[in-house]
Design a protein around this ligand. Structure first.
Ligand SMILES: [Cu+2]
Length: 456
């Protein structure tokens, strides 16, 4: 990756054509405004989406869609205050775009069809934005996601802060599953169960490989940055019952490291764990424990991979008791100023519709920059839904009136069946078109989403 800024105006001509003049203006403005902080740099890179042979297990492969010929796409790394400039070229047979999941960037760079025309085959589009927060994020298309993400289009994005815990090593684990047919080809998309449950497959992957074996040195502590990139699978992650510490969720570090033996990752969620130290010769299953979310198809404990402990190495790891301070955005009993209800409706034509406030692809009221939002996010259905808000972090104030055990920043929260989750978020000065939706991709596609403007 080159750290040098360079002339960019030639890059985005071909694709802004066709976007409304105001969208084009917002894009140009966001592009020019993206400047690195003092002492930081512009991280530039090329990404290309195209067809590639994805060997997910020895001798087993299929024609995938991938970023830069690999699944997952390359891990993008930068520091808080850097500018990321991605020159993206689409070599797929259909239109696409990139959504930068969890990043608090200008609306014009969010990658949805609200803010840009999908990028047609052989077109190039340049995303450019400043990275405001440290954490584990990811990128994926926001066009035909049920197909494009299942076929392999996703990757992790790591943003480092100035004051990170010291560990002996770091790894990124992108979790996914693949649904194949009897012949080892991608199973055909759709059907009633897939529409209801979301698409889940029986090939479980870490970093694009089926049930790999990872090795950690005895005595060492690693930081694992974990992304759940699957379409619908909930991963209640366990290391064969071994304790670990949770350092961060989707919006960065927690206030204190939390000891646990399992952690739930709904689709699109990220966690960071401190793993280890272990003794040489130990072995642990990296597995998802059974998690009931009222689907037709039920799953027991299933393995994603194996962790083996190799020879001892000395450790320099130092994880402080206090990781950071998160100021509360609102008191736990702050009254809600909006109710958003995730529901289902039965339609004669389509069977089941997934709706927000009674409407597929809901158009929600705008919110004003600087006005605190306290939302009751209601799940009126009998199954779980991972709620995702684009472009802004929120804090969970309560679930069914009970304050959560910890304060955290997130862009994804799981909504339990028949529950009310009260969240608070602040629309800072990034006006434009935003959305929130269920991150079970099939539910999102079936209408469980809403558009909303942030206005000055
Ligand atoms: Cu859903």
């Amino acid at each position: 990756m080159s750290g040098l800024d360079h002339a960019h105006h030639a890059h985005h001509g071909p694709v802004t054509h066709g976007v409304s003049e105001s969208a084009n203006h917002d894009y140009e403005q966001a592009f020019a405004a993206a400047q690195p902080d003092a002492g930081r740099k512009v991280v530039t890179l090329d990404l290309e989406a195209g067809e590639t042979d994805w060997e997910f297990a020895p001798g087993a492969s299929f024609p995938a869609w991938a970023f830069n010929g690999q699944v997952p796409g390359p891990v993008l790394e930068a520091r808080v205050g850097d500018v990321l400039e991605v020159r993206f070229t689409n070599r797929l047979p259909e239109a696409t775009s990139i959504h930068w999941h969890g990043l608090r960037i200008p609306a014009a760079m969010d990658g949805t069809d609200m803010v840009q025309r999908p990028i047609e085959p052989d077109e190039t589009f340049v995303y450019r934005f400043r990275l405001p927060d440290a954490g584990t994020f990811w990128y994926h298309p926001h066009v035909n996601e049920t197909v494009q993400m299942e076929r392999g289009l996703y990757g992790a994005l790591i943003v480092r802060g100035d004051d990170e815990p010291v560990v002996d090593g770091e790894r990124v684990l992108v979790l996914d599953d693949l649904k194949l047919d009897r012949n080892g080809r991608l199973a055909k998309f759709g059907g009633f169960i897939e529409g209801h449950d979301g698409r889940e497959g029986d090939v479980r992957l870490i970093n694009g490989k089926q049930e790999p074996v990872l090795t950690i040195a005895a005595g060492q502590v690693e930081r694992w940055r974990i992304v759940n990139a699957s379409s619908a699978r909930y991963v209640k992650l366990s290391l064969g019952g071994a304790p670990f510490r949770i350092l961060a969720t989707g919006g960065g570090l927690l206030e204190t490291a939390e000891s646990a033996t399992e952690v739930l990752l709904p689709p699109a969620q990220r966690v960071e764990l401190a793993v280890g130290p272990f003794a040489e010769g130990e072995e642990f299953a990296i597995e998802a424990l059974a998690y009931g979310r009222m689907t037709f198809k039920r799953r027991g404990t299933e393995r994603f991979g194996t962790l083996r402990v190799g020879p001892f190495r000395t450790s320099v790891a130092a994880i402080p008791a206090r990781l950071r301070t998160i100021e509360p955005l609102a008191p736990a009993d702050a009254p809600a100023n909006r109710t958003v209800e995730f529901g289902v409706k039965y339609s004669l034509k389509r069977g089941m519709d997934f709706v927000v406030n009674g409407e597929m692809h809901h158009r929600d009221e705008s919110v004003k920059v600087g006005e605190l939002q306290v939302w009751d996010v209601v799940n009126a259905t009998m199954m779980d839904h991972p709620f995702h808000l684009h472009g802004f972090f929120f804090q969970v104030l309560s679930v069914d009136g009970v304050a959560p055990a910890r304060r955290a920043w997130d862009d994804v929260v799981n909504l339990k069946p028949k529950s009310t989750t009260r969240i608070a978020w602040m629309p800072d000065d990034r006006p434009g078109s935003w959305m929130y939706h269920c991150h079970i991709l099939e539910h999102h596609a079936a209408g469980m989403m809403a558009h909303m403007d942030v206005v000055r």
